[in-house]
Design a protein around this ligand. Sequence first.
Ligand SMILES: [Ca+2]
Ligand SMILES: [Ca+2]
Length: 342
Amino acid sequence: MKSPSRQLTSVLLFVLISFINSVFAQPPKGKAVTPSAEEAAKLAGLKGKIKGLIVWSTSRDNNHDLYLMNADGTNPRSLTSGPKTDWYPRFSPDGKIVVFTRSKLDWTIEDDANKPERWDIYTVGSDGKNEKKIIADASWGTFTRDGKLLYAKGTQVYISNVDGSQEKLIADGNKEMKGGLVQHPSLSEDGGFLATTLRGKERETGILNLKTHIWFTSGGGCQFSFFPNSHKVVRVNQTGNGGTQIFAFDLQPDGTHGKISGNSIEGKDIRLIDLPGRRSHEYFPRLSPKGDYLVWGATQFGHDHDLADYEILIWKLGEPWGNATRLTFHSGNDRWPDIFLE
Ligand SMILES: [Ca+2]
Ligand SMILES: [Ca+2]
């Protein structure tokens, strides 16, 4: 047995380490930074061209709160506040409601995203009113195209009405997805397929056919989701300039696809975006409701989803990559954007 004094030393050391962790692992509040002349010119070119909203999770005021800005990058403003960690915001199909995941304790890291007991799912109006808790002990809440909620509880995926009623299990990971923890579930427009990332026991991305209950392994990477209005998918791949790039490719009618080899499937280039230059560590891809614009986060240095200086960018599909426009100018952590366009 340890002597009382050694026990006391151990306890004090534990308290000290916990204190240091709680202080220094906090995300940075950062500060506003000035756009370069090129960035300012691109931003000015976008002003008034697109109408809508972008919501994202930022550490600039506190741990992480939700912010809104106009889709052209103007008027960034606070949507939620408080000591909890608010992240993974997603617009309803009409843009009037934002669903998001909030920690039960204060600062909570994204690595804990798949511990459902640490999170609840909330909704708030895009006007900041009517914030309410909808689903307890769940994470990764998002809207389906027909306005229902889709979310994960560890290895299981559920759908409910927007008020949380009529919850229904649609995929049981222990039976159908190798027992992997579900991240970032996304439903195809016709409701027949679920695209998701598995973590924990498994580490892969794939598609579950909800009719046949057959799982198809797409490959590595993460943040796998469906385009609106098509059987096309988008995901982050752990290759490319800056360590990541974003792929987009079509699925076969049965939810499978050909083998990915380098940057292509059967000779067809599947790179959606991989910016030149330093700000090319791309994450958090999200398409506009019609699939014509992409928003995402990218860093120049670093990867940590909680701490690194991600900034939000926007790009119109089909335009040269060089037309991508940076929308945020703040050294805090800016992550998980979603876009609603009128
Ligand atoms: Ca890249
Ligand atoms: Ca930032």
